[in-house]
Design a protein around this ligand. Structure first.
Ligand SMILES: [Zn+2]
Length: 405
């Protein structure tokens, strides 16, 4: 388990779980018998790495069957942020075209959409770096000017910024979960700003009138809003990243965030919203389906949620069937890093997505990691037929981005 420092783990929660095994004189905790009975060993959860004894086939899918547009990647990020809010125009770049193109070619990725292209001079740099030399391989989205959201005249400033971003070459707008979970009335302080706050109406409208889709991340997995305890199915993930928990404090509930988002979707019917991470409720496909039915101006994307989709393969298969024209391929891939194995850009990541979509394999890992990083379960392939694969892999995204295929 990358990043999970064993000592930290023992220090916080392990101490309670394995209290009996932690006496200073104790030998290897795994060998210590529990007080409850002979032969019962203690084992740290972090050390448990069961190997499946299932004899089932393994389909290698080194290349997607059809060319791919990955609608959800991060090749740059705003260099400065405070209390979770990205500030200023300066961007930090995580890759060069030369570092990602070979992987793209090997994996049949025709195009990568860098959602976090920032704004102003940062945006121009991102476009200069990726799109200018490789116009047919990269697309860049812009982001809101959070640092100006508390100032006078923000509505107009933001709408104008969207128009200038379009002129500079941005093809859409990305909204991180900043909105709803980090942005505050005085930008980084004060009460949280609501997702449906009126000050953003001009931004959503500008995107609609300029044919720029809005890729929006709202809320997070349902488990992130619950206590990090032994009942939490993402216990290890949250224990590893305590700052990912939105339980308590002044955070709204997951349902409140999604409902505020829905009011935005209803208020701006001419704007196309790409609801990232399977509408941010992959745990509840019935609800995501209702949203897609209610709001024809939306589509969803798969990034970092095949773990959720793949553990409910029958429901997922029906979902893909029913909404085959409104699901976009995306991974949330980030070059480099070790913290989130389910998102590290590279061959292994894409092979798992392709295997999930194309094969009917049983019970395999949803991330290239020794321990499933989002929760201790495995997934099943949904074996989509070719016409649906073609739509998911690129046709739906090409339409959303107004590209010619
Ligand atoms: Zn993302």
């Amino acid at each position: 388990m990358s990043g999970m420092n064993r000592r930290e783990w023992l220090g916080s929660v392990g101490a309670a779980v394995a209290a009996g095994a932690l006496r200073k004189t104790a030998p290897d905790p795994a060998q210590v018998k529990s007080p409850e009975g002979a032969g019962k060993m203690r084992l740290e959860l972090s050390e448990f790495q069961p190997k499946s004894m299932l004899h089932v086939g393994e389909t290698k899918v080194p290349q997607a069957r059809f060319p791919v547009i990955d609608i959800h990647t991060h090749l740059s990020f705003r260099a400065n942020s405070r209390n979770g809010v990205g500030l200023g125009e300066k961007l930090e770049f995580l890759a060069t075209p030369e570092t990602v193109l070979p992987v793209m070619d090997r994996k049949n990725i025709r195009m990568m959409v860098n959602l976090t292209g920032g704004s102003g001079s940062g945006l121009s740099q991102a476009i200069e770096r990726f799109e200018k030399p490789h116009a047919d391989r990269f697309v860049t989205f812009t982001e809101p000017l959070w640092d100006q959201s508390a100032g006078p005249g923000y509505e107009k400033i933001q709408a104008d910024a969207i128009a200038s971003a379009k002129t500079a070459g941005a093809r859409g707008l990305k909204v991180l979960k900043t909105l709803g979970l980090y942005l505050r009335e005085r930008v980084t302080e004060g009460p949280l700003v609501k997702i449906d706050d009126r000050r953003f109406d001009s931004m959503w409208e500008a995107c609609g009138s300029l044919n720029m889709p809005v890729a929006i991340h709202v809320s997070d997995p349902e488990a992130f809003f619950l206590p990090t305890d032994r009942f939490n199915e993402r216990f290890e993930e949250l224990n590893n990243h305590p700052d990912w928990s939105f339980h308590g404090k002044d955070f709204p509930s997951n349902a409140e965030l999604l409902e505020a988002r829905n009011r935005v979707l209803a208020r701006h019917p001419k704007t196309h919203f790409i609801l990232l991470h399977v509408g941010n409720d992959a745990e509840n496909l019935a609800y995501v389906g209702e949203c897609l039915d209610r709001f024809p101006n939306t589509s969803v994307e798969l990034g970092a949620r095949i773990g959720e989709l793949g553990r409910q393969p029958r429901a997922s298969r029906k979902f893909f069937d029913r909404y085959q024209d409104r699901i976009l391929f995306g991974t949330d891939a980030v070059p480099n890093g070790t913290d989130t194995p389910q998102q590290i850009f590279g061959d292994a990541l894409y092979e798992i997505y392709y295997r999930f979509l194309e094969s009917e394999d049983e019970y395999f890992d949803y991330a290239p990691a020794p321990v499933p990083p989002q929760g201790r379960w495995r997934i099943y392939g949904i074996g989509l037929p070719e016409p649906i694969l073609r739509k998911i892999y690129h046709e739906n995204a090409a339409r959303a981005l107004h590209l010619k295929t």
